[in-house]
Design a protein around this ligand. Structure first.
Ligand SMILES: O=CC(=O)O
Length: 327
């Protein structure tokens, strides 16, 4: 049997919008799966799928707003049974359609929660203590010419509102407890075990907090849940940190609120139309921007790669998925 025949014997896994761990995953597990890589082909995607992916039973996909798994793609994959996304967010998957087709779904589960929570705290401290702004001030040589740098705001004892108290939101809350912050949260359902004040309405949460940290998933229900009214309720010194998804905030309104001084600042890792980041934000000194990297640590990448392989292996040996996505 030649190498070509051996590859044909292996489980066929289609890779779409290759996840960042893909090269590692491919080099560590060379003879376990046969990966189909449409980006190496000159064919348009659907043509590639029709020509080469008819027996692909599993699909690895990148998350974070870069690829959408559409019905048109799914229509070209008659053997597909499993979708593994390298992300916690699943807003790039059409969940009802995947369910309707009876496909299993695995996702990144809890792999990134600590890193994303760390980043939320980093962004918050950066905005209110002006770390990046201070860095710019120093590098521009303004220390000797402009004198004193403006005062920041204190983190300890701040009233923080967490939007979405899932795994990431809970990690954020845990960290902020250490700073002596007063924590409240909004979620669809009150969490009976959570020792924080619950608001069933995000407007009320904003009106009673000085900081909002967006940790929920993007769904039809949470799309633009942070609108102008919510931001105005948060107040002129209020700060928003977003490590969820850009479209949870009405981005245009947020930019207006920042420019008009209706809110005090923002720390943003995610944006409404990634990879585009609105240029108006670049000119605001009270805004800290990062390029959707809250999940980006070496350790978590390695863990993610392991988890993705475990999901593929359990699936191909008819066992339960290690990190099934359940809504
Ligand atoms: O944004 C990143 C993710 O959803 O994992």
């Amino acid at each position: 049997m030649g190498p070509e025949d051996q590859a044909n014997e292996l489980p066929q896994v289609l890779v779409l919008g290759p996840p960042p761990v893909f090269p590692y995953l491919e080099s560590q597990f060379p003879n376990r799966f046969h990966f189909l890589k449409p980006w190496l082909s000159n064919l348009p995607l659907t043509q590639f799928l029709i020509s080469y992916a008819q027996s692909a039973t599993a699909l690895l996909i990148r998350g974070g707003g870069t690829v959408q798994l559409t019905s048109a793609i799914l229509d070209c994959l008659p053997s597909l049974q499993l979708v593994v996304t390298a992300s916690v967010g699943v807003d790039h998957l059409d969940l009802p359609e995947l369910r309707r087709r009876g496909l299993a779904i695995a996702y990144a589960g809890n792999v990134f929660s600590e890193d994303v929570a760390d980043m939320a705290i980093g962004l918050l401290i950066d905005v209110i203590r002006k770390v990046s702004a201070g860095d710019r001030f120093v590098r521009q040589g303004l220390r000797s010419t402009k004198g004193d740098f403006p005062l920041g705001l204190k983190l300890s004892s701040k009233r923080i509102g967490i939007v979405g108290l899932g795994q990431i939101g809970s990690e954020v809350a845990k960290r902020l407890e250490g700073f002596g912050c007063k924590i409240s949260y909004y979620s669809r359902i009150k969490k009976s075990m959570a020792p924080y004040s619950y608001y069933s309405n995000v407007y009320e949460l904003a009106a009673n907090c000085e900081v909002l940290i967006i940790c929920c998933a993007l769904t039809e229900e949470t799309h633009h849940i942070i609108n102008r009214e919510v931001m105005v309720a948060l107040g002129k010194d209020g700060v928003i940190v977003n490590i969820g998804r850009g479209a949870i905030i009405n981005e245009k309104e947020m930019i207006r609120c920042l420019i008009e001084g209706e809110i005090g600042g923002a720390g943003l890792d995610v944006f409404e139309n990634e990879p585009r980041i609105p240029e108006e934000l670049f000119h605001l000194d009270n805004v800290v921007l990062t390029p959707h990297v809250a999940v980006g640590t070496y350790e978590s990448r390695m863990e993610l790669s392991k988890l993705m392989v475990e999901n593929l292996e359990t699936f191909f040996s008819n066992k339960s998925l290690v990190s099934p996505f359940v809504d």
